[in-house]
Design a protein around this ligand. Structure first.
Ligand code: 13P
Length: 335
């Protein structure tokens, strides 16, 4: 694919009423999820679980793309059909997580930077050959106001890595989904989250500009502006929506084809309600949709985990219901 085709892919990712399902957990992270429902973390169980998700009847009605992990991109259904084929047949674009997780930022205790740039050009070329149309890189920004976190150094280092990754993606004909996640853990309030998120986004778009990244062929995966989990002052749905839209408007160029949100530990209900409320705002500069991991999967995982052979259909009904509700929320139409 050439760079000219990237805007079309990016627009398809945020088509009206559609969003992304993130199923790109590394083998270590999926183990944590499987442990909660007592499923053994074997390659076959991971394959069966992802097959359940990706073969959900009607998934393509509300889902435009799925982010996979390296192992999953290479796997097939039990009948031998590559997952990428199943996806394309249902109008679901294959995406791939290409970062290699976080590592402590030397000199800045408590802060991290994301690994994975070494050899990335070669990996992206291989992923393009395997059918990946978009890729994701997650940066992690922790807030601890008393300890001066995040530092400017942490914000800059992560923005720089995101920009280098994004430029490499576009060179390979893959749409970069840039994800600077401001983490919900901590006691900070919604104003602190606003200030940090705005700064992080401004640093990111400055770095993308410096690295000649074409915004029209880029998608932002953002965290919502929300108080820390341990903040005594929790915010209403309306406040989260207002703060988030205001923050994005102040820091994200209108040339971007779309913004999708991560769920970041919010309940399923909150993740949907917040997205729905934001989409009631008129004349937004970009489509606002979802790229949820936990908020798309957790209910289905519980059902599937009770009986991984016989509960496939029931679990898929839950996946479809979550996709439908979030798809409606992406239009402000979820009741
Ligand atoms: P959550 O929605 O569970 O936060 O996951 C989305 C994701 O892809 C994080 O990188």
């Amino acid at each position: 694919m050439s760079i000219d085709q990237l805007p079309e892919i990016a627009q398809a990712m945020v088509a009206r009423g559609k969003g992304i399902i993130a199923i790109d957990e590394s083998n270590a992270t999926i183990k944590k999820r499987f442990d909660t429902v007592g499923v053994e973390n074997t390659e076959e169980n991971r394959r069966a679980y992802r097959e359940m998700l990706l073969t959900t009847p009607g998934l393509g009605e509300h889902i435009s793309g799925a982010i996979l992990y390296d192992e999953t991109l290479r796997q097939k259904t039990k009948d031998g059909v590559p997952f990428t084929q199943v996806m394309m047949d249902n109008g679901i674009l294959p995406g791939i997580k290409v970062d290699k997780g976080t590592t402590p930022l030397a000199g800045f205790p408590g802060e991290v930077v994301t690994d994975g740039l070494d050899g990335l050009r070669e990996r992206l070329n291989e992923y393009a050959g395997l059918g990946a149309k978009f890729a994701k890189w997650r940066a992690v920004i922790n807030i601890n106001i008393e300890d001066g976190m995040p530092s400017d150094t942490c914000i800059e280092a992560n923005a720089h890595a995101l920009a280098r990754y994004a430029a490499l993606c576009q060179e390979a004909g893959i749409v970069p989904m840039v994800e600077p996640e401001v983490i919900m853990d901590g006691e900070h309030d919604i104003d602190d989250c606003f200030v940090v998120t705005e700064k992080v986004l401004r640093a990111l778009f400055n770095a993308l500009y410096q690295h000649n990244v074409m915004l029209e062929g880029t998608i932002l995966k953002a965290s919502m502006v929300i108080p820390g989990k341990d903040c005594p002052d929790q915010a209403s749905v309306e406040d989260v929506a207002d703060y988030t839209v205001q923050c994005l408007k102040s820091a994200v160029p209108a040339a971007l084809p779309g913004i999708v949100f991560l769920s970041g530990g919010q309940s399923d209900e909150d993740a949907t309600a917040h997205l729905n409320e934001m989409n009631k705002v008129e004349n937004l500069p970009w489509p606002l949709s979802f790229s949820y991991g936990r908020a798309m999967q957790s209910a289905a995982l519980k059902i599937w985990g009770q009986d991984i052979v016989n509960n496939v259909g029931k679990a898929q009904e839950t996946v479809h219901a979550r996709a439908r509700d979030n798809g409606l929320a992406a239009m402000g139409e979820c009741k």
